[in-house]
Design a protein around this ligand. Structure first.
Ligand SMILES: [Zn+2]
Length: 164
């Protein structure tokens, strides 16, 4: 996920949370202001079935909104796994092991894939090159993804994701 998407989703998550709080406050205020009117005029006119229906609808709405917030949060803070000296999400995007910000891949001056790709953190600007468990440089991000993909393929507990 790109940084812009992340910022956008953080904003949406923020707005949804703030809206829920605002709605709760408004409902509370409206209840205080309108309680005498509601109790005397409206409640006797409403059937119990309708009230139960309204209650159920409200509960469902709150549950859906909570699930949406949970989904956005999970997307914002994905599970990261450590491979080759950096962290990776499930879509095989690299992240900084220090502050978990996305890493930018610098492929410049690498026409024959002769030098390792540089990974630069957009947060702390640390530079990383990928190394395997024996300390040997992994040359490009595609090499790393291929290695991860074949490791996943040999592990029957995981469903492999397609290489990118
Ligand atoms: Zn960093």
């Amino acid at each position: 996920m790109s940084t812009r998407d992340k910022i956008k989703e953080a904003a949406v998550s923020h707005i949804v949370e703030k809206s829920l709080v605002l709605v709760a406050i408004l409902v509370g205020l409206a209840w205080v202001a309108l309680k005498p009117f509601i109790v005397q005029r409206i409640l006797p006119a409403l059937s119990k079935e309708l009230l139960a229906g309204l209650l159920a609808a409200t509960i469902i709405l709150v549950l859906v909104a909570s699930a949406y917030i949970f989904y956005l949060r999970k997307k914002l803070y994905p599970k990261l796994k450590y491979h080759f000296g950096v962290l990776w999400d499930e879509a095989q995007n690299p992240f900084c092991p220090k502050d978990k910000m996305p890493l930018q891949i610098k492929k410049a001056n690498n026409p024959y894939e002769k030098f390792p790709d540089d990974f630069v953190c957009i947060g702390c600007e640390r530079r990383f090159t990928l190394t395997d468990e024996n300390g040997f440089a992994i040359f490009t991000v595609n090499d790393a993804k291929q290695k991860m993909f074949s490791a996943q393929r040999h592990d029957p507990s995981r469903t492999p994701s397609p290489p990118q």
